[in-house]
Design a binder for this molecule. Structure first.
Ligand code: NAD
Length: 293
């Protein structure tokens, strides 16, 4: 078997970001500066890394970028007020509240409080409905949108393919399945989850396997149909004393044993991760365009 095509999210994301930079410059000429506000409550280290790279990417593209860092003790009412102020701020086109918030925050209520026209994460029920309806004015959640872009740019056909998505979260699994089954992609989709029976057998049917679980190296070689395309969404920290940080990142797929069986596979890191930020920038541009048609 030929070695697998490595789906290089880093370089594909760089191309998407170049397009975003050019589009931002064109909007700036019309006097419109795309603006993204990122709200972080608490001091979760992984969230701090994500928020930092989102705001840096914004600045790099010439967007207006606002980072609001709030202490862990921030109340629901205080956070709602921040969201309401951002809803009313004309310099801001996109708002995201970094997940997960501290336990005392009702995340669902916060998402519902975001103006759906600024919900660049695509989590508001109005945008979920638009995804189901295949209405292109809605915002598609960034991670599954990034997975679809990886497939598209890499020339991987989806029409008629058997796709299996492991994970049914509203952030990755469900929207991913909806995108794959859409009239644009036309895959035949199975969604598997923690209570699915015989997960390896389900996965062995997949021409396209998407793993979005959060369990390091769960997907093994004998779960893979030879020639399958494997998209590994998982980002897991596993302890590694040989690293300065004391940990390394690994996906949900046992890459070393799975890769030789695949026609294409994403690495972790450097696969889906960079695509997520690139699609967030695309969504922010879409929001800015829709505010200034
Ligand atoms: P989640 O915890 O909300 O959902 C996990 C899903 O996996 C659930 O639907 C659950 O049913 C399923 N699951 C759990 N254990 C299972 C098992 N043993 N067998 C089968 N299914 C099982 O997580 P999420 O937010 O969807 O994220 C999933 C993973 O993707 C995490 O590792 C997360 O860090 C990563 N992630 C990466 C990006 C990125 O940019 N690359 C973005 C978001 C999430």
């Amino acid at each position: 078997m030929n070695p697998p095509q490595l789906l290089d999210g880093k370089s594909i994301a760089a191309t998407v970001l170049d397009e975003c930079r050019a589009e931002a410059a064109a909007l700036l000429e019309k006097g419109i500066r795309p603006g993204l506000a990122v709200v972080l409550v608490g001091n979760d280290p992984a969230s701090q890394v994500y928020v930092g790279s989102k705001t840096r990417t914004c600045s790099d593209l010439g967007f207006h970028s606002l980072k609001i860092e709030l202490p862990t003790e921030t109340t629901q009412e205080q956070l709602l007020k921040v969201v309401q102020d951002l809803n009313a701020d004309p310099s801001i086109h996109g708002i995201l509240v970094q997940s997960p918030p501290p336990k005392h925050i009702d995340e669902e209520a916060i998402i519902r409080a975001i103006d759906p026209r600024k919900d660049v994460d695509g989590f508001h029920p109005e945008n979920v409905a638009k995804l189901v309806l295949e209405d292109p004015t809605g915002f598609v959640p960034c991670t599954p949108a990034g997975c679809m872009k990886l497939l598209e740019v890499s020339g991987i056909p989806t029409a008629g393919a058997e796709a299996v998505v492991i994970g049914r979260s509203m952030i990755v699994g469900k929207p991913m399945a909806l995108l794959l089954v859409s009239k644009i992609s036309n895959a035949t989709v199975t969604i598997a989850h923690s209570l699915s029976n015989d997960l390896p057998a389900i996965c062995r049917r997949a021409d396209i396997l998407v793993a979005a679980v959060g369990r390091p190296e769960m997907v093994k070689a004998d779960w893979i149909k030879p020639g399958a395309v494997v998209i590994d969404v998982g980002i897991n920290r596993v302890s590694d004393p040989s690293k300065k940080s004391g940990y390394r990142l690994t996906g949900d797929v046992a890459f070393e044993e799975v890769a030789p069986l695949c026609s294409a596979i994403t690495p972790v890191p450097g696969g889906v991760g960079p695509m997520t930020i690139a699609m967030l920038m695309k969504n922010t541009l879409q929001a800015a365009r829709q505010f200034h048609p």
